[in-house]
Design a protein around this ligand. Sequence first.
Ligand SMILES: [Cu+2]
Length: 163
Amino acid sequence: MTREFELDDRRINGRTMDMGRIDETATVDATEVWEVRSIVPMPHSFHVHDVQFRVLTVDGDPPPPELAGPKDTVYLEPNRTYRLLMRFEDYTDPDVPYMFHCHMLLHEDEGMMGQFVVVEPGQDAGTVPEHDGGAEHGDHSGADPGGSGPDVAPGTDVHQGQH
Ligand SMILES: [Cu+2]
């Protein structure tokens, strides 16, 4: 599977970060080649969570020695194509994504980031859980002792296992 990632000023493939959006779906144990290219004359890097990768080629040539080892981030010279070899070997979850992003702090802060999930063969990407803790806490309060919640012995921690 080959995927292309084009970076401009602050976007990857024309998009900025959306925590509710899954941009890519990788299958566990499948070999992936990510082709990454910055199309603007400014410094960017490309950082991938979950795995280390190898640089296969830079503009079709073998990488220089400093890019020959395992990486989790690669600096992108403008207008050059980096082919990155990676394999996601574990921790599948269709709903909980990993991130890829430019590793320059200003750029990632401004949304230069996307998300991918690793799934089992044949599985589709799911839905990212909402990161809104407030609603969940509201639900818990309804089950507090004295309410209509389940009957529990005094001293039982009804929240056990949920932390
Ligand atoms: Cu950048």
